[in-house]
Design a protein around this ligand. Structure first.
Ligand code: ZN
Ligand code: MN
Length: 133
């Protein structure tokens, strides 16, 4: 198992169930939503435990945390590099699969002589369900 922060982690049952819940949805849910789902399988789990394990899974590179400001994190079981489209009407977050954007880091590094560690790129608008014309 890879560790982004150099700490060694065990795969506990709690962590496995949380990861399973996230892998089985494309909805980019909140921690509260994950907690509701996980509780159906582990009834005595606490919200704090869910938060702690989400953080560990993020540090392990198993999931992504999408930060939309304080208290607005959404979680993604797809940890591969991809972008997101947020519908400003219904709040839905859709995946964008555009591998060509990934090359931007290399291009910027080449042009500017910098070393790019990461970047953020967010798209906003109306999803198909919210678009009427
Ligand atoms: Zn929408
Ligand atoms: Mn995603």
């Amino acid at each position: 198992m890879k560790n982004v922060d150099g700490v060694k982690y065990r795969m506990t049952k709690q962590k496995r169930v949380i990861l399973e819940v996230l892998k089985n949805t494309k909805s980019h849910p909140t921690a509260d939503w994950v907690y509701d789902k996980v509780r159906k399988k582990i009834p005595n789990i606490s919200l704090g435990t869910v938060y702690r394990n989400l953080n560990i899974l993020k540090n392990q590179g198993e999931i992504l945390e999408l930060s939309y400001g304080k208290g607005f994190s959404r979680f993604d079981g797809n940890a591969s590099k991809h972008y997101h489209f947020t519908c400003e009407h219904c709040g839905r977050i859709l995946d964008i699969e555009t591998p060509e954007f990934i090359e931007m880091e290399q291009e910027i590094a080449r042009q500017m002589g910098v070393k790019v560690a990461r970047h953020r790129l967010e798209f906003y608008g109306s999803c198909p369900d919210c678009t009427t014309d």
